[in-house]
Design a protein around this ligand. Structure first.
Ligand SMILES: [Mn+2]
Length: 452
């Protein structure tokens, strides 16, 4: 399926095994510790000679630090180092606007990274999550509250996994409104974050409902875009819901810049915006509204230019990369029960621990989830629950269901997720429908404990 020529057009940072990721850190760590030990020895012998109280002079350590300005001890990215050398940031012609093209982005990004070596470790896996909502207060009286909770959910997920997050609330291009608003933000985020290999757009109405699950980035190594979707529904059923554009990963590279240019030009900034609406509607018979939209545009590109796009766009259908809330919300109670069963058997999984080491417990849990399956019908926690058709801010919703169903579903999803976070702070929502009620987590929970 993958043509090597096409699929390797992504950023040079993505070259496999350029460097062993952990090795530079370890070396630095040993040098640092070795230096510190040696320094202590000198200080100790010197002070012994003088027969006075030992002085723990830190000068040698500071000198060791100064030997490499760009690296900070402990292998952390150096946030205070930006050399005066020219980069794309010095180019007056370069524009962040979605209406202007970017050229040679791979080279530009590579040069920036070369000048900022402390960002090299982990560069291939670095993800920046981008999300946002409108600039004005919501029409729905509980809209802003719901958006705040959706945002808190994303902040929780990012903190647990060490990802950066950017919440945007302005229209960066006034013409690119509603579902098109994300593209100008994603492009700007690519330029603002040359250190990140991936930009991860997540709609404001989508919530992480498995705080432990991590994106299988290794699986996407030969692709530049990842969306939740199904080839059969694109090429056979020609359906407008054959993929969902509310959550996508896009590699920070020239291919993506060109792709976004083509994609965005099917929207309001393009000369043929009105025509694209008609074309999409005649191609995808289940598309309900007349204007060209980002999702139909993406499906259209995959459908009409399969050779050009299929090998670069990964259609993730194996797990809930995002999932339809109406199908997912009724499963939370059963899932909670199944996870409790595991925790009754496995003390390490139900014990207390620091939030920072959560990923280690997530890895331990995997062996007990082998039978759980994935996606529809599974009892694994759904990764992302997406409230498609419910608009928390405007209050508008698909007439198939009532607004109440939308809002109560959101509360349930957000509390289901919050319970995975709150337990590390010692508390739990005993009832997923009641956001304000919390109980302390028992030290070792009894069979009928308050685990909502
Ligand atoms: Mn959405």
């Amino acid at each position: 399926m993958v043509s090597p020529e096409l699929s390797h057009q992504y950023s040079p940072m993505a070259k496999p095994h350029v460097r062993n990721k952990t090795h530079p850190c370890l070396t630095d760590g040993f040098l640092f510790l070795g230096g510190a030990f040696f320094a202590l020895l000198i200080v100790w012998s010197f002070s012994s000679l003088l027969n006075s109280a030992p002085r723990f002079d830190s000068t040698p350590l500071s000198e060791a630090k100064a030997t490499s300005e760009a690296r900070s001890p402990g292998c952390a990215a150096n946030l205070r180092y930006d050399p005066p050398d020219e980069t794309f940031y010095d180019d007056q012609e370069l524009s962040y606007s979605i209406e202007k093209k970017i050229e040679d982005w791979d080279e530009k990004r590579k040069r920036w990274l070369k000048l900022h070596p402390s960002f090299a470790a982990g560069a291939r896996e670095r993800v920046v999550l981008v999300t946002g909502s409108q600039p004005k207060p919501c029409k729905n009286p509980i809209g802003d509250h719901l958006l705040l909770r959706f945002f808190k959910n994303k902040v929780d997920y990012c903190r647990i996994h060490g990802y950066d997050i950017f919440y945007n609330n302005v229209l960066l291009n006034p013409k690119m409104n509603s579902f098109w608003a994300k593209l100008p933000v994603v492009k700007a985020a690519m330029l603002a974050h040359p250190e990140a290999e991936w930009i991860w757009w997540v709609d404001s109405d989508a919530a992480f409902t498995d705080m432990e699950f991590k994106l299988p980035l290794e699986r996407y190594r030969n692709h530049n875009v990842v969306v939740h979707g199904w080839p059969k529904l694109i090429y056979e059923a020609k359906s407008w819901t054959s993929l969902n554009a509310g959550v996508f990963l896009i590699r920070n590279c020239q291919w993506s810049m060109d792709f976004m240019d083509t994609w965005a030009n099917m929207g309001p900034i393009g000369a043929d915006y009105a025509k694209w609406g008609q074309v999409q509607r005649s191609t995808f018979k289940d598309k309900i509204f007349p204007e060209s939209d980002d999702q139909a545009a993406l499906i259209y590109l995959l459908y009409t230019e399969k050779d050009k796009y299929y090998d670069n766009i990964y259609l993730e259908g194996e797990f809930y990369f995002e999932g339809y809330w109406l199908e997912i919300v009724p499963t939370y109670d059963n899932i909670t029960g199944r996870y409790m069963e595991i925790e009754r058997r496995v003390r390490t999984l139900r014990r207390r621990h620091a939030e920072k080491v959560s990923e280690s417990y997530a890895a331990q849990r995997e062996q007990y989830l082998k039978e759980a399956g994935n996606g529809r019908g599974s009892w694994r926690r759904p990764f992302i629950t997406h409230f498609t058709g419910c608009q928390p801010c405007s209050g508008d919703h698909n007439q198939m269901y009532s607004g109440e169903t939308c809002w109560s579903g959101m509360v349930k999803a957000l509390n289901f997720a919050d319970n995975q976070v709150l337990r590390k702070y010692g508390f739990v929502h005993p009832d997923l429908r009641d956001s304000s009620l919390v109980s302390p987590v028992p030290f070792d929970f009894p069979d009928d404990g308050p685990w909502g």
